[in-house]
Design a binder for this molecule. Sequence first.
Ligand SMILES: [Zn+2]
Length: 440
Amino acid sequence: MQARFYNGLSRQYEDFVPLNDQRVTMYVCGPTVYDEAHIGNGRPAVVFDLVYRLLRELYGPDHVVYARNITDVDDKIIAKAAHDHVDIATLTRETTEIYQEDVAGLGCLDPSLSPRATEYIDDMLILISKLIELGHAYVAEDHVLFDVHGFDGYGQLSNRSLDDMLAGARVEVASYKRHDLDFVLWKPAAAGEPGWESPWGRGRPGWHIECSAMIASCLGMIIDVHGGGIDLTFPHHENEIAQSCCATGNKLLARFWMHNGFVMVNGQKMSKSLGNFLTMRGLRKDHAGRALRLQMLMSHYRQPLDWQTARTSEAHAIVKNWGKFVSDAPREKDDDLLGALCDDLNTPLAITIMHRRAREQDHGKLAFGWDLLGFADADEQPLIVHQRLGEVEIESMLKARQDARKSRDFAKADQIRDDLLSKGILIKDGPKGTDWEYAD
Ligand SMILES: [Zn+2]
């Protein structure tokens, strides 16, 4: 079956044909490891896990190479380690482990490669030297900077001119830059900060060069798919393209650029100050990974995902129901479901098809979708198995809800409903009153 994806580079749907169908390559920008990963880090992990699974289905599991990096050197890491009085190696190791456990709990396969930036410093030094040699980078006050004026294609991915990019970006203004958009390839390390010897003094790499070096080392000069969150388009991905293309002389770094949309929580931007900051670890404590995965896939990957906390229990009830039918069922390929995923990863349609298979008791096809969508590999249970709410407590909450509705306090009534949902109680209003059942 032919897959087609929306290519962020051409801004069009295109048939996906890999350069080499024996070795399909994809790279996704992974997390900077300094804190527990949040749901905004979880979304690209799940979305591109599904792309990986789809490509494995189409080209064979041995013919797809997927690299998802770990950024383990960064200003934020240095600041967090200093704040917590821990050493950087311990912080990045522990945070990486938590991230990998969390995305595995959401059903993500291990990528073929999980390169850590600090293991590729030599490759970065070679790449930076090459860019200087070719006149695309310059040394100024112990920094090495990329000269954006020397690359005609700068702005091709975000489809903006230099002036537009400058207006929309928060660029660091520095006296040693030739152009404000010039970005750091290497910068000096202060005493006590992590650093490596280089021809330009002891220092550390900029974030963007890390990905260009790891892509070239792990996958090759031109790859088939490059993924990441939409917020990385500019400057990160734009800069990756500039560095890689200028070093190789190629016109392309990746043939397909795929970006997932933003994540919001209950209709609002997620932020620590609003108190709606959701970590994957926190979600996994209360909910099965399967339910979280389904809830993520309910939105198309390019659309914003508005995470409604009260809806996770519904998602759990759905996967719980599907799960009853699939364990022993012989797998039967479902061309409709595969076709939905081949159509730019249309997961809302794929989920509709799963509902239909369950309703029609077509368990072989349901099981095929169950595996391909990755539910089989996700956690069946929350990390913390809660005590169920007792019937008496539920009935009294339902009574309070009914009273609230009678007095037309609908906000309170909705709040009680959401409370019940978040505790795994499904409620159904009917002409004869309100029924309820345990989601699990
Ligand atoms: Zn990257």
